[in-house]
Design a protein around this ligand. Structure first.
Ligand SMILES: [Mn+2]
Length: 314
């Protein structure tokens, strides 16, 4: 029996955590491939994930710092990536691992493997929607706890199904899980959002809480997103947030950094730029102005921010 580590991206969000936790449970439940699966996390858990897991009595995933090269005569560590596939967003030392599987809903970039792998990629609103469907594929019924953890991530990742990344499949799966739990998915999702201690976020947390590195042409661009139900507090801290952006960019040795302060209620994002962001300005059609640019309707980093920036660089 081989041990397989299952983990989401760095700076994990609720979808990265819940997809790895519940997918590991499912694969262990069915004895998939005769392996043993362990959920890991590449960073501290978001507040809502920690709260949901504690309430459910489910242990938090183990923190994983790096994967070391295999010792002489040993096989490489097997891993399953959830909610990501780009090495730049994954564990340090991913090149030392054998990618056994991927369950993801993002674009593929720089992805090569030495051997065939289990790969489930669908352009749905959350990785947990895919995990929920895998229960059906593997002939399993999620327990109430599993249904709750999956639904929480489907709601946070799709901003209560309002994001343009949400599909009919997400809505249908959310309705089904909500029915099982006897909750309204949107109301439940709002409770999960409101359990975030957003009133106490520091500028450093707003910048680093949910940020991903993208290779845009030959520049390294960081794109962060801070989701809030009221952007007023953040907008009153713009100089401090910009300072935190510059510090984060310097720490990661990136060329530029974009931060979207996304207001879930007003359904749009205030976009701040620091460093070399010519590609971002071109892709988004905005300029680097001190207070940032309000982009109405922009809720999805993936579809409405990263995709146009990457497209403009081609
Ligand atoms: Mn996701």
């Amino acid at each position: 029996m081989s041990k397989v580590l299952v983990f989401g991206h760095q700076n994990p969000d609720n979808d990265a955590i819940m997809s790895s936790v519940v997918l590991s449970q499912l694969l262990n439940q069915v004895g998939f491939g005769g392996n043993e699966y362990e959920a890991c996390a590449l960073g501290p858990l978001p507040a809502e994930s920690a709260k949901l897991l504690a309430e459910a009595g489910v242990p938090e995933p183990r923190q994983l710092d790096a994967i070391e090269p295999a010792a002489e005569g040993e096989d490489a560590q097997l891993v399953v990536l959830t909610d990501h596939n780009e090495p730049g967003q994954s564990v340090v030392g991913l090149e030392n691992a054998t990618i056994y599987g991927v369950v993801d809903h993002h674009r593929f970039g720089n992805f090569t493997t030495a051997a065939p792998l289990h790969i489930v990629a669908l352009p749905w609103g959350s990785s947990c929607t895919i995990v929920a469907k895998l229960f059906e594929v593997l002939g399993q019924q999620p327990t109430d706890t599993q249904a709750k953890l999956l639904l929480s991530a489907m709601m946070t990742d799709t901003l209560m199904l309002k994001s343009p990344t949400a599909t009919d499949v997400d809505a249908a799966v959310a309705a089904k899980l909500g029915e099982q739990l006897g909750v309204d998915p949107v109301k439940f999702g709002m409770e999960v959002f409101l359990s975030r201690p957003s009133g106490s976020f520091t500028p450093e947390q707003m910048v680093g809480n949910d940020i991903k590195l993208f290779e845009v042409g030959d520049t390294q661009l960081l794109i962060g997103q801070y989701e809030t139900v009221d952007k007023t507090r953040a907008l009153g801290m713009i100089p401090e947030i910009r300072e935190a952006m510059r510090a984060y960019q310097a720490g990661k040795d990136a060329d530029g950094i974009v931060l979207c302060i996304t207001d879930i209620m007003e359904e749009g994002s205030q976009v701040l730029l620091e460093g070399d962001t010519a590609c971002a300005q071109k892709g988004l059609g905005i300029e680097d102005v001190a207070e940032g640019v309000w982009m109405p309707g922009v809720l999805s980093r993936k579809k409405q921010v990263a995709a146009p920036i990457l497209a403009a660089a081609e």
